[in-house]
Write a protein that binds this ligand. Structure first.
Ligand SMILES: Nc1ncnc2c1ncn2[C@@H]1O[C@H](COP(=O)(O)OP(=O)(O)OP(=O)(O)O)[C@@H](O)[C@H]1O
Ligand SMILES: [Mg+2]
Length: 225
């Protein structure tokens, strides 16, 4: 079978700030492409032109004062457009989609770390996704202190420096809760989710991620040669 005839996989990368999601999404796309399979990297919030406008609003922090439910609604609105305009069309063409964050971030950031009622989070997820979930979710796990240091170093590397975004600006305690919530998710949904140690070099982390992709997705008859 040619690569184009195989279905596209929907893979999400989750985890706290600075754990390497954006870096690794790009690397995984290159690995898929090098094996003759089309793949795209995308991200949340954002991932489509209209959702990117919502991203700017969400990460600016202006929505925080509306509370976690209103924030979750806006994330959900962005997710609807991302699904409609980017994710579903790509998968339909057999393109593998690697998303830097997806619905698990809403569960964790607004639901658990933000103390939003779990029933509201579940209701929203049902309304937006109607059971559509990633084929594989890889959770990059790192002590928050290291992740925040990495994110701060990235910001200071741009010409005139950048302010921390709405979530980076939260206290360390918030980020510890985020980490614990992601770890708990890996425990409760082990068929879909896998915890990946995000310490070590970029290359080492890429190897861990790729090994998980091979084991979970590619070795079941649809493997890459
Ligand atoms: N394994 C690694 N070791 C050291 N530095 C890394 C590693 N992976 C990524 N970095 C660097 O750390 C910074 C954060 O990485 P990246 O932007 O990929 O993380 P992220 O999870 O997307 O963060 P955010 O949640 O803030 O978007 C970047 O400057 C990146 O180059
Ligand atoms: Mg990122």
């Amino acid at each position: 079978m040619s690569a184009g005839q195989r279905p596209g996989y929907f893979i999400t990368l989750e985890g706290g700030e600075g754990t390497g999601k954006s870096t690794q999404a790009r690397k995984l796309v290159s690995l898929f492409e090098a094996r003759g399979r089309k793949a795209i990297a995308t991200r949340e919030p954002g991932g489509s032109p209209d959702a990117e406008i919502l991203r700017d609003i969400l990460l600016s922090g202006v929505v925080k004062s509306l509370g976690p439910f209103a924030e979750a609604l806006l994330f959900s609105a962005a997710r609807i457009d991302h699904l409609d305009k980017t994710i579903r069309p790509a998968l339909a063409k057999g393109i593998t989609v690697i998303s830097d964050r997806f619905s698990d971030s809403t569960r964790v950031y607004q639901g658990i770390a933000g103390n939003l009622d779990q029933r509201k989070v579940a209701m929203l997820e049902r309304a937006v996704l109607n059971g559509f979930l990633p084929d594989l979710t890889m959770i990059l796990d790192l002590p928050p202190k290291i992740g925040l240091e990495r994110a701060a170093a990235r910001r200071s590397a741009v010409a005139d420096g950048e302010a921390p975004d709405r979530f980076e600006a939260e206290e360390l305690q918030f980020h510890r809760r985020v980490r614990e919530a992601f770890r708990a998710l890996a425990d409760t949904e082990p068929r879909r989710c896998i915890l990946i140690n995000a310490e070590g070099s970029e290359e080492v982390v890429t190897q861990r991620l790729w090994a998980a992709i091979e084991r979970r997705l590619l070795n079941d008859g649809g493997g890459l040669s």
